[in-house]
Design a protein around this ligand. Structure first.
Ligand SMILES: NC(=O)c1ccc[n+]([C@@H]2O[C@H](COP(=O)([O-])OP(=O)(O)OC[C@H]3O[C@@H](n4cnc5c(N)ncnc54)[C@H](OP(=O)(O)O)[C@@H]3O)[C@@H](O)[C@H]2O)c1
Length: 369
């Protein structure tokens, strides 16, 4: 901690006082050794010198204090700006190519079943500007209509869609991408992901199909049709063969991640490769919400279980895309920036026994051809 201005001032004045005492001592010893006349002359001269010295000292002290207070106020301003930047940083994550993505996006799987595009309009009203969809969700049309109706400008909304594994291959991927864009009423996407690495366990051609598909992704990226390209449900052993031929590295991998299913080996690999992990089912599709350990923490922070689970992932450096049906829950899931879990709580939640897994695994999936 630096000195306060009043401490510094007190110190300067103490020094001035000390000098005064020294001057007095000098005059006293002079008086003891000199004649009265010489003493009077000496005192006159001494007083003038002392007065000049004090005036000069006071001027210097005033200038010092002014400069000091300027430095202090600059430091206060810089510190406040740093804190603000810290707060803003937590609301966005930056991909390896510099593209920023919100820490909390809106997941749309099965979200439009009951109320169609109104759910997406509600999500915008709640404050979401990131929409996660996929060709497979069959709701791109509703999302496109909602974006148009919302009146929010296209460049304020981050849209992510995904190509289904049955559409892998260079030409088919492009075809699927164009269809998504058409339904979403846009020429370009902010992010596009390969939804799953393979169609089935017996898909012997999966590596070739992936490498060809990635070439198409790279081309779309270079044409400016996609701002960020990535993967979903890719584990390290799916990414390694892709990287053998890739010219551009994937920027993100969307995985099932939540307390109770943290896939630490995959997370470690992604960090090493500078591929950002993003969490799907961050609430474990509500299966983890009622976990006693999560509820206890929620009570301590006066937050909800959902908020604790989302906050946990964000603090682990993982953006989230929860799905909720009501406006109230949508808002609740966005309201996760006013508290912080301790490192011990993060460690604890990272290590709870496996719970809430969806049962979907990229090497065991069987998607229809
Ligand atoms: N890449 C992939 O393969 C993949 C796979 C699955 C999902 N995703 C994406 O990830 C998104 C989220 O995953 P998800 O929908 O499976 O699961 P989730 O977000 O973990 O959980 C959604 C469930 O939690 C409930 N919920 C949400 N907020 C709540 C709150 N504040 N309090 C209590 N309950 C709450 C929802 O209920 P209500 O709806 O009734 O409010 C819903 O039942 C999906 O929508 C999709 O965009 C991607």
């Amino acid at each position: 901690m630096g000195k306060s201005i009043s401490d510094a001032f007190e110190e300067v004045m103490a020094k001035v006082g000390e000098i005064g005492v020294q001057a007095g001592e000098a005059v006293k010893s002079f008086a003891e050794s000199e004649s009265t006349e010489r003493l009077a002359r000496g005192m006159k001269k001494g007083t003038r010198t002392a007065a000049e010295g004090i005036a000069k000292g006071a001027k210097m002290a005033a200038a010092g204090i002014k400069e000091g207070s300027q430095i202090a106020s600059e430091a206060i301003k810089t510190n406040a700006a740093k804190k603000k930047a810290g707060r803003e940083q937590k609301r966005n994550f930056t991909l390896s190519n510099g593209v920023k993505i919100p820490a909390v996006g809106y997941g749309t799987y099965l979200s439009t079943e009951n109320n169609g595009k109104q759910t997406i309009l509600d999500a915008f009203e709640a404050g979401y500007r990131y929409i996660d969809t996929a060709r497979f969700y069959q709701n791109e049309k509703e999302i496109g209509e909602a974006i148009k109706e919302s009146g929010i400008s296209r460049d304020e909304i981050f849209i992510c869609s995904k190509v289904w594994p049955t559409m892998l291959g260079k030409d088919r991927l492009r075809e699927s991408f164009d269809a998504s864009c058409e339904d979403l009423q846009t020429d370009n996407l902010d992010m596009y992901l390969i939804h799953w690495p393979k169609v089935s366990q017996n898909d012997e051609e999966w590596i070739t199909k992936l490498q060809d598909s990635w070439e198409a992704m790279e081309e779309l990226y270079e044409e400016g049709r996609i701002k960020a390209i990535g993967l979903s449900n890719f584990l390290p052993h799916h990414i390694r063969p892709l990287l053998e031929t890739a010219r551009i590295k994937p920027m993100l991998d969307q995985l099932e991640l939540h307390a109770g299913y943290m896939q630490e080996y995959a997370l470690q690999y992604l960090r090493k490769e500078r591929i950002l992990a993003q969490a799907w089912s961050p609430l474990g599709r509500a299966r983890v919400l009622n976990d006693e350990r999560v509820r206890k923490l929620a009570e301590e922070y006066d937050k909800t279980g959902a908020q604790v689970l989302l906050r946990f992932l964000i603090q682990r450096g993982i953006p989230v895309i929860p799905k909720a049906s009501s406006l109230e829950r949508m808002k609740e899931n966005l309201d996760v920036f006013d508290f912080s879990l301790t490192s011990d709580e993060i460690s604890y939640l990272s290590c709870i026994t496996e719970t809430g897994w969806s049962g979907e695994h990229p090497d065991l999936a069987e998607w229809e051809q």
